[in-house]
Write a protein that binds this ligand. Structure first.
Ligand SMILES: Nc1ncnc2c1ncn2[C@@H]1O[C@H](COP(=O)(O)OP(=O)(O)OP(=O)(O)O)[C@@H](O)[C@H]1O
Ligand SMILES: [Mg+2]
Length: 218
């Protein structure tokens, strides 16, 4: 029964080979390193962007998929009058209380992950640029990314850019930096690095070169 054998062979091959998924680049970097700027440049060249921060905002907006669980765990006081997550209140609470922080993460992370996967599975374009600010911190690389791309710049440049953008104090920025992976840890996890210590032209040239490689990867 040649046909049956062929069918079994095909089934075994299918079990070994996961369904074809798009080529996924995990884009990360420290606060203010330039992740959003870089993602926008890749998007302008045709990459499909899946942005973890954007998904987290949608999940915690009024009527978002995380809201019921947040209300059940933290009470209505964690929500704004419009029903969305009160980000400032929750940030302050999570900063002071590691248990609250862990509880919020245990609500959000599985939802973020599922929604990211869903968006990746329906992505068009030559490859997916998955922006994951805490990629290195979460230690969740395994099997999720074909390449890890780190946006890198000196810490002093990071601090200056965040300060210019947000007006946060240098002290506050230092405390955020201290809670993130170090520059060295991030670089150690990188397959590819974009040096964003320079100007816009230098950035565009690096993005062009990587875009060509990623677009040809699969
Ligand atoms: N090469 C550059 N030269 C000058 N300014 C830059 C450069 N790259 C980014 N910036 C500016 O620095 C700030 C931070 O950049 P961006 O928002 O892209 O970083 P991010 O990593 O996404 O930050 P966050 O961690 O807050 O999401 C922005 O105001 C951006 O316009
Ligand atoms: Mg950003």
């Amino acid at each position: 029964m040649i046909a049956a054998e062929d069918g079994q062979t095909a089934q075994r091959a299918a079990a070994r080979t996961p369904a074809r998924t798009p080529f996924v680049v995990g884009l990360t970097g420290g606060i203010g390193s330039g992740k959003t700027t870089v993602a926008d440049l890749f998007a302008a060249r045709g990459a499909h962007i899946v942005d973890t921060d954007a998904i987290a905002h949608e999940l915690t907006a009024p009527g978002g998929a995380a809201i019921d669980a947040i209300r059940a765990r933290f009470g209505a006081g964690a929500l704004r009058a419009d029903g969305g997550l009160d980000r400032d209140a929750m940030r302050a609470r999570a900063f002071d209380d590691p248990q609250a922080r862990a509880a919020l993460e245990s609500i959000l992370h599985p939802l973020i992950r599922a929604e990211s996967q869903r968006r990746i599975s329906v992505a068009d374009g030559p490859y997916v640029m998955h922006v994951v600010p805490l990629l290195v911190e979460s230690g969740a690389r395994a099997g999720r990314f074909d390449r890890v791309l780190v946006v890198d710049c000196p810490v002093s440049v990071q601090v200056a850019r965040v300060q210019r953008r947000s007006g946060l104090s240098a002290e506050r920025i230092e405390s955020i930096l201290a809670a993130q992976a170090s520059r060295e840890q991030r670089l150690a996890a990188a397959d590819d690095v974009i040096d964003n210590g320079g100007d816009a032209a230098a950035l565009a040239a690096q993005v062009d070169a990587l875009h060509r490689r990623y677009a040809a990867a699969r």
